[in-house]
Write a protein that binds this ligand. Structure first.
Ligand SMILES: Cc1ncc(COP(=O)(O)O)c(C=O)c1O
Length: 431
């Protein structure tokens, strides 16, 4: 039994949300008039201990580090209740997608390291075999487990829960992950997609039972029409089944499991790489990796942190530009003046790495904190590097990752250091 219910704290305004009573999704203070604060609810983990199990499923293995589990225990649910919920979902995920959540490989890739003339280890985290084919489902499984715990514990926030549909604005890996997790949970999902969405993704979303809402741009409209549709749905009562921290801070937490796995792999090998290269679009992946590694480091499980190197492309680099603007600025000040540091990319985003073309890095602040605290950097790569990374991955690893999935490697190609061990995440396969 855990004594207190877990809380989320907004990193911008310090608002706290008790997860048993209110949804830890968007900050309750977000959207205020003349408010320039970056509001994101961050699930807290104060125990300082890096507690892991031995299970192959990361949502069992790291349950003590996850707030939905701690919520369940704090309201009297036994450990078995969590195992039962995760196990039931696992069986349904296998039926829907043929895959379940497993600790994914984090292995040295000597042939790739050799091709890069490295004389140190090149670690590759392979997410291509994860549920729905990318890391995205980790974010959404965390949210779904929270919803299931609310139901199982009959908690105040569970009132009329099943009457609320899930909503997501995406037509890529995030939408596929949302549709798989929603289908396995028998929870209806609305996907808000643009008219030019990838046909095979739309087909799969329909097969998975998602309701498709095509969002056309209105005359004179500047923002993303899909986000407009999504936000309207959430205002009307839908659950934000989103992988963007400002819309759903809890989604970031599920992604921390990736970092916990990395920490275990590095610790077992006695080799923490000097740098970790991460492709960054909306920024949820980078935020999650930073938060997860920081937890492992705070507990001394991981004695030092790799430098976080964020990778964007010439055709869409809002985070890299934001990082330059942050030079010499206290992050505690920047979080209260969002519009001075982060704004949407002003031309039409373009790159072969289509998964990182978010015109805004929604989760910029946590990502920037990770870069700042680890002594990392933000890199901008050209299309030649994106394609070289993609081809090298095909030639020298057995992993079939997409151009987005290998974009972090493009960042490594740009750097001169070859004598220190490095890590990249192959975050997804071809769509
Ligand atoms: C395979 C893959 N990798 C990385 C990313 C970037 O993740 P984030 O948007 O959280 O920065 C995406 C986003 O769609 C993706 O699909």
């Amino acid at each position: 039994m855990i004594d207190t219910t877990p809380i989320s704290v907004c990193h911008g305004c310090d608002a706290t949300v008790d997860m048993a009573r209110d949804f830890p999704f968007a900050c309750p203070n977000a959207g205020g008039e003349n408010d320039d604060i970056d509001h994101v609810l961050v699930p807290t983990y104060d125990s300082g201990e890096f507690i892991t199990g031995t299970e192959a499923n990361p949502f069992l293995r790291y349950r003590a580090l996850l707030s939905p589990y701690r919520l369940g225990r704090s309201v009297g649910l036994p450990d078995d209740a969590w195992t039962e919920i995760v196990g039931t979902l696992e069986r349904k995920l296998i039926a829907v997608d043929g895959r379940a959540f497993r600790v994914t490989p984090m292995l040295p890739q000597p042939a790739l390291a050799k091709a890069l003339a490295m004389n140190a280890t090149l670690w590759v985290k392979d997410e291509t075999g994860n549920v729905a084919g990318s890391h995205k489902a980790r974010h959404l499984m965390g949210v779904m487990l929270y919803l299931r715990i609310l139901e199982a514990g009959k908690l105040p926030a569970a009132a009329a829960l099943r009457a609320r549909r899930l909503a997501i604005a995406s037509c890529g890996n995030a939408a596929l992950a949302a549709a798989v997790v929603a289908r396995a949970s028998e929870w209806p999902l609305d996907a808000y997609i643009p008219p030019d969405a990838n046909i095979s993704v739309v087909k799969r979303l329909k097969e998975l039972g998602a309701t498709i809402n095509v969002c056309n741009r209105r005359p004179g409209e500047t923002g993303d029409p899909c986000m407009r549709g999504f936000r309207q749905a959430v205002q009307d009562g839908a659950i934000p089944f989103s992988v963007q921290g400002p819309e759903n801070g809890l989604a970031i937490e599920g992604g921390r499991t990736l970092a916990f796995e990395m920490a275990e792999a590095f610790s077992a090998a006695g080799d923490t790489p000097a740098a970790l290269f991460v492709q960054i679009g909306g920024g949820a992946l980078a935020s999650a990796l930073w938060q997860g590694l920081a937890i492992a480091n705070k507990s001394c499980f991981l004695p030092h942190l790799p430098r976080l190197m964020m990778v964007q492309t010439v055709g869409c680099a809002p985070f890299a530009h934001c990082w330059q603007r942050l030079s010499g600025v206290e992050l505690a000040d920047a979080v209260r003046h969002r519009s001075r540091f982060m704004w949407p990319w002003t031309s039409t985003p373009a790159s072969a790495a289509t998964g990182i073309l978010d015109d805004e890095t929604y989760d910029w602040w946590e990502a920037a904190k990770g870069v700042r605290e680890t002594g990392g950097d933000a890199l901008v790569v050209d299309e030649d590097a994106i394609m070289r990374a993609y081809k090298l991955s095909k030639m020298h690893t057995g992993i079939s990752a997409s151009t987005t999935g290998t974009a972090g490697l493009a960042g490594l190609l740009m750097t001169a250091a070859r004598g220190e061990s490095m890590a990249v995440v192959f975050s997804g396969g071809d769509l």
